[in-house]
Design a protein around this ligand. Structure first.
Ligand SMILES: Cc1ncc(COP(=O)(O)O)c(C=O)c1O
Length: 441
């Protein structure tokens, strides 16, 4: 490898890396230089089993031939078309495919470029929806403790992860939070936890405090991913839907992680049988290969905007790259791959095997909880006193050394493999983690 090859950069200083301990990383970099199927190739030529689908996004695995071909073809045919007051066929085609894949009540699709932008878009649509209907006092937004809704100002305001919020000033005004649902009595639950349904009733308290007529929307992740895999207690999401419907409040499901088969169904909304008014998604929409996100809405939400004169822009919002042709072509190829390869069904079929393997780690040193749903798994470790995050991060480093990519958040190890995973990969993933945990200080 030549010293100026991109796989062996000789200067790491210019790139300010996101959500990374930059100085620590640059003193001992972990570089990935290629990927195919279930594996990455590291700069030193090792095969690394992808236990995290990149960042919860490469659901169809890496270098999927149909997706690669779609990107190449589209780049040659139409690289870019203006997104405002102009159209191109692929964006419409993808929107239709997405609508067809989404729950029946979803009728419309607004394109963005990331999960964070999907969240901002959904929150703005919620506010503008009420205003369009003459209900302009509904300006409050309700999120949840430990929620992750990306990194933009709306998202961190409704989000509930303290480090993502505390450095950035006063955030959006008029935001309140539901309590999170991570309860010690649910430790080592398999699938959905039993206790904590009553936590949904807190929404009634918040509504009583502020008045329903001041609240625009409630936003939650059906399963919280980034805060360390936090599951909704049985019946919890149904109860949120009942309360929001009763009070004319929009319910937004942030499905950036749970969308596209992660739970063995197209969306978390399908898995839980609960239909929100808006769904945010990204990541798996394009298999992580080209940045793209979307907000899915019901006809009722969309139609509220379609009332004024027809020559007037109905929603003053959008991005230069909303529905970008290469992203749209990638999205089409991705959704076709999911359908034709039956990947959501595959995830559902593998989920019991995944659960079994994951929970076999119970009893290993420092393991204080294990959580799972669909092809999501988390192992929570007892923090080293005075050194939070250090123990799980060491497990991450040790697994990488042994050829397996996991992810950590705090002292929680999170895993979310591509849906093409085979049983032998599941055995390798949990077998490696077992070896690492046994030796961990
Ligand atoms: C639920 C949820 N919302 C939003 C986001 C933000 O997505 P992005 O990083 O694409 O902006 C994420 C990312 O992990 C997420 O998990």
């Amino acid at each position: 490898m030549s010293s100026d090859s991109p796989s062996a950069p000789n200067d790491l200083s210019a790139f300010w890396m996101p959500f990374t301990a930059n100085r620590q990383f640059k003193s001992a970099p972990r570089m990935l230089v290629a990927a195919e199927g279930m594996h990455y190739t590291s700069a030193d030529g090792r095969q690394i089993l992808d236990g995290t689908a990149g960042l919860w996004c490469c659901n169809a695995g890496h270098k999927q031939p149909r997706i690669v071909e779609a990107i190449q073809k589209q780049a040659e045919e139409l690289d870019y078309a203006p997104a405002f007051q102009m159209g191109h066929p692929k964006a419409f085609e993808l929107a239709t495919k997405l609508r067809d894949m989404a729950p029946d009540t979803i009728e419309h699709v607004f394109f963005t470029n990331s999960g964070s932008e999907s969240v901002e878009t959904a929150l703005k649509i919620a506010l503008a929806y009420h205003r369009a209907r003459g209900d302009g006092t509904r300006t409050r937004l309700i999120g949840r403790e430990k929620g992750y809704h990306g990194v933009n100002f709306g998202g961190i305001s409704v989000g509930g992860i303290v480090s993502n919020r505390k450095f950035f000033g006063t955030l959006l005004a008029g935001v309140d939070h539901l309590p999170h649902t991570l309860l010690p009595e649910n430790a080592f639950s398999r699938g959905l936890p039993e206790f904590g349904l009553d936590l949904a009733e807190d929404l009634e308290r918040i509504i009583a405090l502020h008045g329903a007529d001041t609240i625009a929307a409630v936003i939650v992740e059906p399963v919280s991913g980034s805060a360390g895999v936090i599951l909704p207690p049985r019946g919890y999401l149904q109860r949120l839907r009942e309360i929001t419907s009763q009070h004319g409040i929009l319910l937004i499901f942030d499905e950036v992680i749970t969308g596209f088969g992660r739970l063995g169904a197209p969306f978390g909304a399908d898995y839980f049988g609960v239909t929100p008014d808006l769904i945010t998604c990204a990541k798996g929409l394009t298999n992580g290969t080209i940045p793209m996100g979307a907000v899915l809405t019901t006809a009722a939400v969309h139609d509220a905007f379609m009332q004024g004169p027809e020559n007037v822009i109905e929603l003053f919002h959008g991005y230069t790259y909303s529905g970008n042709p290469i992203a749209a072509a990638t999205g089409i190829a991705t959704l076709e791959t999911y359908r034709e390869d039956g990947l959501f069904e595959r995830a559902a079929e593998l989920a019991p095997y995944w659960e079994e393997g994951l929970h076999s780690l119970r009893g290993l040193p420092h393991v204080i909880d294990i959580r799972n749903l669909g092809l999501i798994g988390a192992v929570e470790l007892e923090p080293i006193p005075g050194k939070p995050t250090a123990r799980a991060f060491q497990a991450f480093l040790d697994c990488f050394e042994k050829g397996v990519l996991i992810r950590t958040t705090g002292d929680i190890i999170a895993m979310s493999p591509p849906l093409i995973i085979e049983k032998e990969h599941i055995d390798q993933l949990f077998g490696t983690l077992r070896d690492v945990l046994k030796k961990l200080a």
